[in-house]
Each structure stands twice: as structure tokens, then as C-alpha cells.
Design a protein around this ligand. Structure first.
Ligand code: B16
Ligand code: MG
Length: 219
């Protein structure tokens, strides 16, 4: 039977993608690279340094900077991102998310966070949702980022269950691959065209309930 639900954060629990985008856009413009929302799709679920690398590759500038300079750019982006997310309050949780978390708790289903973001704990605090989480996987504790399954596997390990007992919820294509490669059931939030590799696709979190989650498990 099912025992654990592993949530992605950005794009599932809160719409932080817009802040990541604004911060990357600011950084990109300073070095003469233009990014648009379509390109930004590729950065979803991808780590900070890997995102920077993709932006530099887009502008064919990857070999123009040393690792130290790249780390400084990533730090600058994160500083701006942290400034932007300070305005987040519990009102900014995506629709149904607090209700779903509460309902899973009532059903004694464990809840984990499998976000690539090093800002996950800060965001959960700003959203007032920390108390619902039985574990937060530290993204720096896994070697390979999404689409590798590592972060989801670590979540099942920390909560003491088999991958087959887990459902993962994701908005990013890379994240859905990570869940499927971990041997878990995947629920995706977003466009079915990008996310057809999930077991179930919902167009938004408005459609997410604890019943939808438990039903996918039994299918
Ligand atoms: P940070 P998720 C991911 O979070 C974001 O989707 C991605 O855009 C971001 O670059 C990554 O976290 C790292 O975030 O810079 O805050 O460590 O979707 O896996 O929750
Ligand atoms: Mg995401």
C-alpha cells in the first residue's frame, strides 16, 4: 500500500518559478544574454549551478568565466532571489496545497520535500507549511540532480519506505523523469504535452486532492 507523498516545491507548493526567472533574467542581462519564459521552462527543477551553465551555453559564454566567477554569479542570483521571495506569505501557497497536506496528515500518510532548491526550508517557513513535513531532503546530500532519481530515492530512504510505496508530485519534465526512474508513481501539474511521462497529469493544483493521490496509487 501507499505510505509516502514526496512533493517538489517550486511550481507545486508555490509559484516561485517567476522569482527564479526574474533573478536569472537580471543576471543574464548583465552579461549580455537574453532569456525568455520558454527557455526558463528548461531551468525548472535544475540546480542553481546547472541553470547558470545552461544560460552561459545559450549565450556561448561558458568558457569565458572561471569557476570562481561562475560561483559569484550564482551567489548574486541567489541574493536577488532571496530578496524577491521575502514577500511570500501563507497566502502564496498554490490552491489546495494546505488542504491536501492537512488531509494527508489526517490519513497518517507521511510527507516529504524533494526539492532541488537550497531555499526549500526558508520557503516552507515563509509559507507556514513546515509543520506538515516529516522530512526535507537536503539537495546538497545527493550527487546527481533531477532528472536523476537520487533526490526522490533519498526521500523514501529517509522515511523508511520502498520507492514503490511513494507518490511524487512534480511540475517539471526533469522532475517527472526523476520520479519515474526512482520507480515511484508520478503526478504532474501542468501541460500534458510536456508531462506525458507522468502516471497522471493535472492542469493545476486546483484539481489536487488527497483522494486523487490515493487513487493513482491503486491504479
Ligand atoms: P535554488 P524544485 C528547483 O526547485 C527550481 O525549479 C529550479 O528552478 C531552481 O534552480 C532549483 O530549485 C535550485 O534552487 O537556487 O533555490 O537552490 O522545482 O526542485 O522545487
Ligand atoms: Mg518544480
Amino acid at each position: 500500500g501507499m505510505q509516502v507523498v514526496l512533493f517538489d516545491l517550486d511550481g507545486v507548493i508555490a509559484d516561485t518559478a517567476k522569482y527564479h526567472f526574474l533573478a536569472w533574467k537580471h543576471l543574464s542581462e548583465k552579461i549580455g544574454v537574453t532569456i525568455d519564459e520558454e527557455f526558463n521552462e528548461q531551468l525548472k527543477g535544475i540546480s542553481r549551478m546547472e541553470s547558470l551553465e545552461r544560460i552561459l551555453e545559450l549565450g556561448q559564454k561558458s568558457d569565458q568565466y572561471s569557476l570562481v566567477e561562475k560561483e559569484k554569479m550564482a551567489d548574486d542570483k541567489n541574493e536577488l532571489y532571496i530578496e524577491l521571495i521575502q514577500t511570500i506569505t501563507p497566502e502564496d501557497a498554490l490552491p489546495q496545497i494546505p488542504q491536501v497536506l492537512a488531509s494527508l496528515k489526517d490519513k497518517e500518510i507521511k510527507i516529504g520535500l524533494a526539492s532541488a532548491s537550497k531555499n526549500g526550508p526558508l520557503l516552507l517557513d515563509l509559507l507556514g507549511l513546515t509543520e506538515f513535513f516529516d522530512c526535507i531532503v537536503d539537495p546538497t546530500s545527493v550527487v546527481a540532480g533531477k532528472p536523476a532519481p537520487d533526490i526522490f530515492l533519498k526521500g523514501s530512504e529517509l522515511l523508511g519506505v520502498q520507492p514503490s510505496q511513494c507518490v511524487g508530485i512534480e511540475d517539471a519534465s526533469a522532475g517527472v523523469w526523476a520520479i519515474k526512474d526512482a520507480g515511484m508513481t508520478a503526478i504532474a501539474i501542468g501541460d500534458v504535452i510536456n508531462l506525458a511521462h507522468a502516471d497522471k497529469v493535472l492542469s493545476s493544483t486546483c484539481e489536487l486532492t488527497s483522494n486523487v493521490i490515493t487513487q493513482v496509487w491503486h491504479e
